[in-house]
Design a protein around this ligand. Structure first.
Ligand code: DGL
Length: 270
């Protein structure tokens, strides 16, 4: 159980995707105590109904607060789009930071005015994404691509799965050939697909991720900016927590394991 005198930032996702945000937080805010919780019993979120996602987000938030978290990061675009307002409504005194696709930086950086957004089916059809595009890229051409099954492949650590490569070739490449120069990673799982995407895109478009920006914001609102010392990381999941250290290593984040002081635990979130 973490020391409740110090701020503790709880980071959660349906599964492994939010580890990209955890990695950024550990770099930007090395003194902060962090708890990562993967909702592996319910992954993926992206093909579930709004109501199902809302229920899981509220359960995960509640469980992390019970673990002593003083601030939360919803490290999942899908969960943010569907349920961050409900979570904030339930916990008005807890700072809660979400993740939204980087439409704003993409709109600022595009030279051609053409942007592609890779997202889960739920995020792709969400009103929140439509509003974000309307707000930040009203005069750009924005192609939203629902990437069916990608998060599940990342969960299985198949970072160059044939189905993903085929989707990139058939759906994204034609858009890049038509001038898309910004490719927004609209799901935290897709950060781990950057090498595969870059290999196929070959420098013709820029990938836009938001993990660092989210981590900076979380560090600020959690009050951990001026902390000193070395923070600890606790790893938790709703199913099969022993998988997490293996996944961290496979995803290039093995260094984070040095900040853990206990084996991964099951978190009860019902
Ligand atoms: N990593 C999540 C996101 O950013 C969700 C992926 C999923 O569970 O479908 O959207």
């Amino acid at each position: 159980m973490p020391d409740t005198q110090r701020p503790v930032i709880g980071v959660f996702d349906s599964g492994l995707g939010g580890l990209s945000v955890l990695g950024a937080l550990a770099e930007i805010c090395p003194a902060a105590d962090l708890i990562y919780a993967a909702d592996t019993a319910y992954v993926p979120y992206g093909n579930k109904s709004s109501e199902q996602i809302r229920v899981r987000v509220l359960a995960m938030g509640q469980a992390l607060i019970k673990e002593g978290c003083t601030a939360l990061v919803v490290a999942c675009n899908t969960a943010t789009a569907e349920a961050i307002e409900a979570l904030r409504g339930e916990h008005p005194s807890i700072p809660i930071v979400g993740v939204e696709p980087g439409i704003k930086p993409a709109a600022l950086n595009t030279e051609t005015g053409k942007i592609a957004v890779l997202a889960t089916a739920a995020t792709a059809k969400s009103q929140r994404l439509a509003d974000l595009i309307g707000r930040h890229a009203p005069h750009k051409t924005v192609h939203v691509i629902p990437c069916h099954g990608w998060a599940t492949e990342v969960e299985a650590l198949n970072l160059d799965a044939p189905s993903i490569v085929q989707d990139i070739n058939s759906q994204l490449l034609p858009l890049i050939e038509q001038g898309v120069d910004q490719v927004v990673l609209g799901c935290t799982h897709y950060d781990f697909l950057a090498p595969t995407l870059n290999q196929i895109i070959g420098g013709r478009a820029q990938l836009v991720g938001v993990a660092d920006a989210v981590a900076r914001q979380a560090c600020k609102v959690a009050g951990t900016e001026n902390l000193t010392g070395t923070g600890h990381i606790s790893l938790m999941s709703t199913m099969n927590p022993v998988y997490l250290p293996h996944a961290l290593t496979a995803l290039g984040l093995a260094a984070l394991l040095r900040k853990t002081t206990a084996p991964p635990q099951t978190i009860s979130a019902n």
